[in-house]
Write a protein that binds this ligand. Sequence first.
Ligand code: ADP
Length: 312
Amino acid sequence: MVTFDTVTKKYKEDITALQDVSFQIEEGEFCFVVGPSGAGKSTIMRLLIREEVPTSGSIFFKDIEVPKLTRRLLPAYRQKLGVVFQDIKLLQTKTLEENIAFALEILDKSHKEIKDTTDYLLDLVDLRERRTQFPNELSGGEQQRGAIARALANKPDLFIADEPTGNLDSENAKQILDILNTINRNGTTVMVISHDFNLINNSKNRIINIINGKLNSDTGKKETKKILDEEKKEEDMPKSKEERKEVEKKDIKLSEEFDDLSKSVKEKLKKFAIKTPQTLLNITEGDLKNMDLKSKERGELENFVRAYLKKQ
Ligand code: ADP
């Protein structure tokens, strides 16, 4: 599912965050990436979600060559990933269940599906009773579990968490690990980044150890049987170079449904090749962040989505 092939990342000429790092993660694996602070672990994640590009080497997610993705294709790509960042947790202005539902609303799910999935995810992270609370009314562990639930809403192929147990006591940390093990048993590939070696004590999972930007060891790799018999068709994701170029070249024409939006919002939609309301509904919270919308523009888009869904 994930291939890093002799990846080197230099932030500046004298800062080499990763050097010639190679590993492969199979579909269905649960893998820890551990190492001391500053070792280069988060850089692996940033490269994988295409927030950064490598200085040399190649990175593949399935058959997608990640560094070559254009900005326009990023929303469709990132939708395949469920990411929990170190410091970014839940949206403060929404309740816990609204946080999860929001991730589903923009995916054009029916009211019933949103309710069912939200219930399922709240149960999974044991927060059903806390559903109407705002993030600042939840404990650190609860917020982290909520962030995990939200990241799982779009049924990602790969779930990545950067320091998911940072700042939590051992009991809360264990609860988080139990949840991640459950989602892995249910078929999601999981990658956990951590500097906390206690986390991997007695773990039978795969452990990739990074020290000073180099792969120090890679233990516990299992041959995981491939669950998928046939690859899902990636409709939104043109594969060949020619197809990608075609997308880049095209003068983007927005669907008429967007006519009433402000010029600035339309420009941003164009920039991200969001040509139809359908594509807009398929982007994730992370993509919205990438679009760098001002709060007024974001409100405008949210209203548009709401009105569009109502009409449908
Ligand atoms: P870890 O996640 O293991 O703590 P990082 O991947 O965040 O490590 O960082 C690896 C190295 O790269 C560190 O020396 C860090 O200071 C440096 N680094 C990370 N991000 C940047 C950046 N945006 N610009 C310059 N140096 C960076």
